[in-house]
Design a protein around this ligand. Structure first.
Ligand SMILES: [Ca+2]
Length: 459
């Protein structure tokens, strides 16, 4: 209750640098409702104090209890504390969570934007024409930009594509027997089945996407600037790393985290062992530093960017063994690390026939520095390998059956977040463009990091 009261006071005395006319109506409603309740509650507390001071204890206490109930029960009290625009996107920062940022749905951002545009451009004067021409020029974007911490971003055009797997589950199982084996687990089967039905989806606006995953060096800049402590460091559970001295080569230990993995991680290696919450914290910091809206890609944006116009199993074609020249995935180097020695040729043949490895050596048993392999048609690297990325979306196994056709952003709630992209441990069977995974937001893995998206600002 004390924190609620503090929020009320903060709300009443706070000011906003956002013009009211640009704030979507429902957020305006929250704001006015919150301020009204805060003032009424304040008045009731003052009256109660006066009653108690004049000896009318009973009625004074009734007023205190009533005001307290209103304050606690009011659903809007806990909703918002700060709101602002980053670029052209309206952001609400939730008060009680302290860390959650809610991005305004695109349609509402568009509404706010359209209202502003219609106000300034209803009269076609020479001035407004000039403004419009400047805006048109501004929309000619650079194909590649580099931000202040060295992240290279590639312009991804708007477009449409078929989201999800085109092969039937049976065809996939025949091609990759490891999938048939894993499908005995109901949880696994649900994830594979969540790649279908295939559906036509539009990405309605261009966006910038990281050419590669965020590197260790870039993540270090965030930690040094903010003294941020990642979840695996904070909760004492640690993360995953290389433990050749144990029976299993990879183990979770308290001393492992994004800095320490037991295997060599250079400044230009993709950062791993970060949770979804850590990835979001990074995006929030980067948005403030850059004054642009950075976020994780959506599930649909990631697959659209990965396919880059292709409809094949991988962005490079349909042959899993071709991955050897294109991506850092599970290969001879990886399995030799796992087994602690050279593999026999028959073993390589059998394992690769199962869909568990590419039958050659890419020389990286763990992560590789970013961008060492081949880019796809959009100029993005490491989409099928090296390290996976967290996505914005909640995960739901049946989502594709009823997702939106334009800019799908996942189900409204869930228990797990979508993870996309292959990685250095990933079997070719699961590095496909359609492959997707569902992990709890606090999960940490030595192959899982992030790739950012920067939304286009207007100028
Ligand atoms: Ca490899």
């Amino acid at each position: 209750m004390v924190s609620n009261f503090a929020l009320l006071v903060a709300r009443v005395v706070s000011t906003s640098d956002v013009p009211w006319r640009d704030v979507p109506w429902r957020f305006q409603f929250w704001e006015y409702e919150l301020r009204t309740v805060a003032m009424l509650v304040g008045v009731v507390f003052i009256v109660a104090a006066a009653q108690i001071a004049s000896g009318r204890w009973k009625s004074g206490l009734v007023l205190v209890v009533t005001a307290s109930i209103v304050m606690i029960a009011n659903p809007v009290v806990n909703r918002t504390l700060r709101h602002h625009f980053v670029g052209d996107v309206y952001i609400i920062e939730q008060a009680t969570g302290g860390t959650t940022v809610v991005y305004l749905p695109t349609s509402e951002a568009e509404t706010a934007r359209t209202r502003r545009d219609s106000r300034s451009e209803t009269i076609d004067s020479p001035t407004t024409k000039k403004t419009r021409n400047q805006r048109t020029n501004n929309l000619r974007r650079d194909p590649i930009v580099t931000n202040s911490i060295g992240i290279e971003l590639v312009l991804i055009p708007a477009g449409k594509f078929k989201l999800g797997r085109s092969e039937s589950l049976e065809a996939l199982e025949n091609r990759f027997p490891i999938i048939k084996l894993n499908n005995k687990s109901p949880a696994f089967r649900r994830v594979i089945e969540s790649e279908e039905p295939q559906r036509l989806v539009r990405i309605t606006k261009p966006l910038y996407m990281g050419k590669c995953n965020v590197t260790l060096g870039q993540f270090r800049k965030f930690v040094e600037a903010t003294a941020y402590v990642t979840e695996p460091e904070r909760d004492g559970q640690g993360a995953w790393g290389y433990t050749p001295d144990e029976n299993k080569p990879l183990s979770q230990r308290a001393e492992f985290n994004w800095r320490h993995t037991g295997f060599t991680q250079q400044a230009d290696s993709p950062v791993v062992n970060v949770t979804w919450n850590d990835a979001m914290a990074f995006c929030r910091w980067l948005s403030k530093v850059e004054e642009e809206l950075y976020r994780l890609p959506t599930n649909a944006e990631w697959e659209y960017a990965c396919r880059a116009g292709t409809t094949t199993m991988y962005a490079y074609g349909d042959r899993p063994n071709d991955l050897i020249n294109q991506e850092n995935t599970a290969d001879v180097a990886y399995f030799e690390m796992i087994f602690g020695g050279p593999l026999d040729p028959d073993g390589i043949k059998r394992t690769s026939a199962m869909g568990m490895m590419v039958h050659n050596d890419d020389h990286y048993p763990f992560t590789s520095p970013i961008g060492r392999f081949e880019p796809n048609a959009f100029g993005l690297f490491d989409m099928h390998g090296n390290a996976s990325t967290w996505c914005m979306d909640w995960y739901a196994p049946n989502y594709y059956a009823h997702s939106e056709a334009d800019d799908p952003r996942g189900p409204p709630a869930g228990a797990t977040r979508v993870v996309r992209g292959g990685h250095w441990q990933c079997y070719p069977a699961f590095c496909r463009s359609a492959s997707r995974f569902a992990y709890a937001p606090s999960r940490r893995e030595p192959f899982l990091g992030l790739r950012v998206v920067r939304e286009l600002s207007r100028d």
